[in-house]
Write a protein that binds this ligand. Structure first.
Ligand code: MN
Length: 379
């Protein structure tokens, strides 16, 4: 019999109940919350976000993809939170960082009050319905990405409620300044003070409603599906690039950043490129940093992956220790139903220290208050 391999997950989700926001928001805001309406033929859907809408073709579910989606939606804890821990016990997942699903549209909200209120409602829901289930579940807080003071107020309230991290979209709404600008500096200072981790999740760019696509990176034609999927990965790298080059992480050495679902091997690569740019273009570099880009990335940036075989090498062979595994439960890209096969494929034959670091250590370093896996399952 094969030994069950356990791991913490730096990338999991919950699915919001359909009426989470609508039942609590004032009438003026209810019509603005994100929702999707599928055509009868199931081929297209219309997505409504904050008074805007766009149409998109749904992925054709054939072969492996259909199998994975059916399986993920058969997870008993897919929507019934009371069954979630049993799902994780079955799969071999110990502690999880839990992101939203619908809330990932946050960068497409343009109404300040709507974003502020939906964040507050989601956070209260996460406390009462997710945190309460088990200390193994660490929900991410949601905050405004339109107004820095709204963001600080909600982040501090959430720190008081027991959250350890804040979910960040890869960039804010295009009407707001991007993460590298000084506008956000008070938030970085407040998060460092509150010991809250910045948790970027890939695939959270704002949508260009008129075009019905993610701004700047939507391909059509040959290769489109794989190209669009792959493109979502680069934005996570760009978010880290902005936080490093702008000096935000240099000014706040205790501020930690993670990128979920974006792989891990990019981190040493990005460090190489930024290091070269910083050194060779030194005369024009602003701001100057107190530590090199590599030093900042290797000490303050963490990355989670689910299937990537090379992610293990990033930790073992490239000295980038902050590699974390993630299940992406219960999403289509995740490992539900094949978690054990995935973990054995990744870690069988890998030295114990590397395996433990990726499955538990990096997560525990980032979230020291999370419950440690008991010795008998930490194999
Ligand atoms: Mn995910």
């Amino acid at each position: 019999m094969t030994t069950k391999l356990w791991a913490n997950s730096g990338d999991s989700h919950f699915i919001e109940p359909d009426d989470l926001w609508s039942k609590e928001l004032p009438k003026s805001l209810v019509d603005l919350v994100p929702r999707s309406v599928k055509d009868e033929d199931g081929l297209w859907e219309t997505v409504y976000v904050d008074g805007q809408s766009f149409r998109r073709r749904l992925p054709k579910m054939t072969g492996g993809a259909k199998e994975f989606r059916d399986l993920a939606q058969r997870a008993p804890g897919f929507k019934d939170f009371s069954k979630r821990i049993a799902d994780q016990d079955e799969e071999g997942v110990w502690a999880e960082l839990v992101f939203p699903s619908l809330g990932m549209w946050a960068a497409s909200f343009r109404t300040r009050e709507l974003l502020k209120e939906t964040a507050r409602i989601t956070n209260d829901f996460s406390v009462s319905e997710i945190m309460s289930l088990s200390p193994r579940l660490l929900p991410t807080a949601q905050i405004s990405t339109l107004d820095v003071q709204d963001a600080i107020d909600e982040m501090q309230r959430c720190a008081g409620l027991g959250f350890k991290s804040v979910f960040f979209t890869i960039s804010p709404h295009p009407m707001q300044q991007d993460w590298q600008h000084d506008y956000w500096e008070p938030l970085w200072a407040a998060m460092e003070e509150a010991k809250m981790v910045i948790a970027f999740h890939i695939g959270t760019e704002p949508i260009d409603m008129a075009a019905g696509e993610v701004i700047g990176i939507t391909y059509r034609g040959p290769g489109g599906a794989v190209m669009n999927y792959t493109e979502t990965t680069f934005s996570g790298q760009r978010a880290v690039m902005k936080m490093v080059a702008s000096g935000a992480l240099d000014r706040h050495p205790d501020l930690k950043v993670m990128v979920s679902e974006g792989g891990a091997t990019w981190a040493p690569f990005l460090a190489d490129r930024m290091e070269e740019g910083y050194r060779q273009h030194y005369m024009t570099v602003r701001p100057k940093l107190n530590r090199s880009p590599r030093e900042i990335i290797y000490s303050q940036v963490y990355a989670s992956f689910q299937h990537d075989p090379t992610a293990v090498s990033a930790c073992r062979d490239m000295g980038f220790n902050n590699v974390m595994w993630g299940s992406d439960y219960p999403h289509l890209e995740g490992t539900y139903g094949h978690t054990q096969e995935t973990l054995h494929g990744l870690f069988d034959g890998v030295d114990a220290a590397t395996s433990d670091r990726i499955r538990f250590g990096a997560f525990e370093e980032l979230f020291p208050s999370a419950p440690k896996a008991p010795a008998d399952i930490r194999n």
